[in-house]
Design a protein around this ligand. Structure first.
Ligand SMILES: Nc1ncnc2c1ncn2[C@@H]1O[C@H](COP(=O)(O)OP(=O)(O)OP(=O)(O)O)[C@@H](O)[C@H]1O
Length: 230
């Protein structure tokens, strides 16, 4: 369970979220959607305890980051982007490390097979393409077996086949009782795999079930705000 209570997030006078009071139960894939610069990464960073709220708090499975930091952090896996991977280590190294650090029973070789990474699992990260590095990141999430996975635009750089494989992987992680929150600009894919969609708009959070037309909701919220060029 993720609980947001009177959460306010800001950078000084710049408010990202004014007041958030929402709850998310387990076993869900939640898409986080908003235009560039609205605050998706900032919200994920706040959930991960990297950014301190200006007010209010987040509880994860009843745990508070500031008073129960160690237990709180055991609930979440969050790697902001592939720049955080070790350039001289391989995918296999990252997977082995993640399995060990998280005391996970997930078999890295099964994930390598599922993500079709055999041909590059032993190549240093610095020699991989963006899409290949995204596979490494997503593989680490799967291997962590953490209850809550926070992903920032994980599908960027994936080809259509990889996207389908990653979607299937996320679905199977969810079926194991996990909660996945991922930010994305790909509304079609959000519609394909999410149970709920969380829009950030006008410093507020708007949650919609995925029965609605996501594109239509997006247009209604944001299109009128488009800048009209002279
Ligand atoms: N460290 C910081 N100090 C001050 N302002 C920041 C900082 N980090 C982000 N911001 C501002 O907060 C706002 C939200 O940024 P954020 O990166 O969370 O947006 P985003 O929705 O993830 O954008 P994108 O879709 O482009 O990745 C932006 O206006 C950004 O300039």
């Amino acid at each position: 369970m993720i609980e947001f209570m009177d959460l306010k997030i800001s950078f000084g006078k710049k408010i990202i979220v004014k007041e958030m009071n929402d709850q998310f139960s387990e076993n869900k894939i939640i898409g986080l959607v908003a235009p560039n610069g609205t605050g998706k990464t900032t919200l994920l960073r706040t959930l991960a305890g990297i950014k301190k709220p200006a007010d209010g708090y987040v509880k994860i499975n009843g745990l508070d980051f500031y008073s129960e930091r160690e237990e709180y952090l055991k609930q979440i896996f969050f790697l902001e982007n592939s720049d955080q991977l070790y350039a001289n280590l391989t995918a296999q190294d990252h997977f082995n490390f993640t399995k060990c650090a998280w005391h996970s029973s997930v078999d890295p070789n099964a994930i390598i097979r599922m993500l079709k990474m055999d041909s590059y699992k032993n190549i240093p990260i610095r020699k991989l393409s963006l899409g290949m590095k995204q596979h490494v990141l997503i593989g680490m999430y799967a291997i962590s077996d953490a209850p809550i996975l926070l992903l920032d635009e994980p599908m960027n750089g994936l080809d259509p086949t990889s996207l389908r494989i990653v979607n299937n992987l996320l679905r199977s992680i969810k079926e194991n009782g996990k909660t996945i929150i991922f930010s994305s600009h790909d509304l079609t894919n959000v519609h394909t795999i999410c149970d709920e969609v969380l829009f950030l708009h006008a410093q507020k959070v708007i949650i919609v079930g995925n029965t609605l037309d996501i594109q239509q909701s997006y247009d209604e919220l944001y299109l009128s705000e488009d800048v009209i060029l002279p």
